[in-house]
Design a protein around this ligand. Sequence first.
Ligand code: MLT
Ligand code: ZN
Length: 448
Amino acid sequence: MAARAFEEMVGREHVLTDPDLVASYVVDWTGRYRGHSPVVVRPGSVDEVAALVGFCAAHEVALTLQGGNTGLVGGSVPLRGEVVLSLRRLDAIGAVDDGSGQVTVGSGVTIGQLQSEVGRSGWAYGVDLASRDSASIGGTIATNAGGLRVLCYGDTRAQVRGVEAVLGDGSVIAHLGGLLKDNTGYDLGRLLCGSEGTLGVVTSARLALVHPAAVRAVALLAFDTVGSAVRASAALRWVHAGLEAVELFLQPGLELVCSAFGLSAPFKTVFGAYLLVEAGDCDDPTDRLGEVVASLEGVGDVALARNAPQRAALWRYREAHTDAIARLGIAHKLDVAVPLGRLCELVERVPGVVTAAAPGARTWLFGHAADGNVHVNITGVAPEDESVDSAVLDLVASLDGSISAEHGIGVAKRRFLELSRSPSEIAAMRAVKAALDPAGILNPNVLL
Ligand code: MLT
Ligand code: ZN
């Protein structure tokens, strides 16, 4: 019945009901969350999205919003038979405005497509992440994605200059003019950043671009202890102006990546912790990075890339963690942040906390050291067993941290929300949700 109405709105070929075609839309990337849906609708314009959402609000049809479906907290899975609203066809990229350094982009464009398009005119987008070839602009706005260069350019919210979106009643809000100053009431566009598709459907965004560094240097630093690596990551931020990334991983993760992908180890000796450091500048920053690294305490060995293939090879040790862990089975993925002064304590205590809760489990720790953000991945635990999640998130809360640094709350962490948000804050969130999505049809399983 609804499918027929959807066909009239978006065209028959963009309404999928064949279970074989629907199948890839009802399971997430991790495989931990699997749902079901009678229909996937793929609108091609903001007007079609508005008509669809308006219809669903009037008929109380729940929607699960989906971009690249690369989320890691189950947020884009139709767990209760929701209609899937896929935004992938909204894939227009406007002309780069060289004066303002901005571009208007459809929400279905992937980060990789945007990077290569704006790269043609000498620009870059400040958000980059390992899933760049699938993750969409709309999805990364909905989750306020962080990624590999938050240290340098900030998170997704920091790039957003305006948003076009359809609210839960089908009305459209649009501010894509890219004004740098605009204090005319609530900033609804930025409110949608990190709202996880619960307040509106982002259809387009006006994004700030950055001038990429002309030349880059990448080094892999090895340390005996996590403490030395964490102290070095803090020191690096203040002594190197062009720093773009400081990423942490540990020996077990490095071994796993090397064995999963047949890579040779970066050093002859085994160390405890590693920092992958990238710096950019207008002149070759390699020597400067080498000098800075030499001034750090606790560095046991260094691999300094001298060319692009060597830089990519060093990044592979860090970026391949997610895929290597996925080969072990369905992982519990806990993405957390703590104040930088407590990062070492978090990394040292998590494995013990996990083992106490689930003796057979294995813990894999890696992440964005300069942001105090650790990806706690746990394998060897049944997907539905949340005892390890609970134990780790309790520890994070006790360290004044956040239970979600960059992946969002989704379905995975919904029942833990009060560890990071007070009752008054959650009540305010509910009030905002009720105002912008009065029928409660947008991503009803997510966040609240
Ligand atoms: C990363 O930084 O690699 C991502 O957030 C992915 C992950 O946590 O697996
Ligand atoms: Zn990450």
